[in-house]
Design a protein. Sequence first.
Length: 179
Amino acid sequence: MNEAKCDKASRKHTIITVLEITALALLMLVGIAGAAQSVNIWVHKGSELMSSEKYTEAIKAYDKAIEINPHDSHAWDGKGVALGKLGKSDEAIIAFDKAIEINPQYSKAWYNKGLALDHLNKYDEAIKAFDKAIEINPHYSAAWYNKAVILNKLNKSDEAIKAYDKAIEINPQLRSSAQ
């Protein structure tokens, strides 16, 4: 009889423990989801501030997102773009490198790094960054176009023409804007 009561009590204790662990796990998931949502709000605020050309304020918004989640590649990329708009290309590259470290397949961060390197006249490095963006996303017309621009600066006309052709093939709208 005592053994049966002990088994019943043990099962109750086990069930209560499992329920407590489940409740704790759910609370943690809700907290994580809330933090992710909070990061997204700050990243979207940064994007809106960028659209309004309020780059310093955008950096603050991206920094807030990074403070909440230092592993958000979009926040690092946005911060890099804002820094670039303020002419801080060296700092921008650091932010793009962080975005790339977090997500090496983030073609936009590679592309933006290429633009920043171009502004610093680091053409060979810029081409490598555009090539990486293209490797990840072969249909990235802007990366092909900007690679062509740099190849043209380097007097590599044949390569530049091929890159321009590829950009136009992907996005025929480029043809009319170039005329």
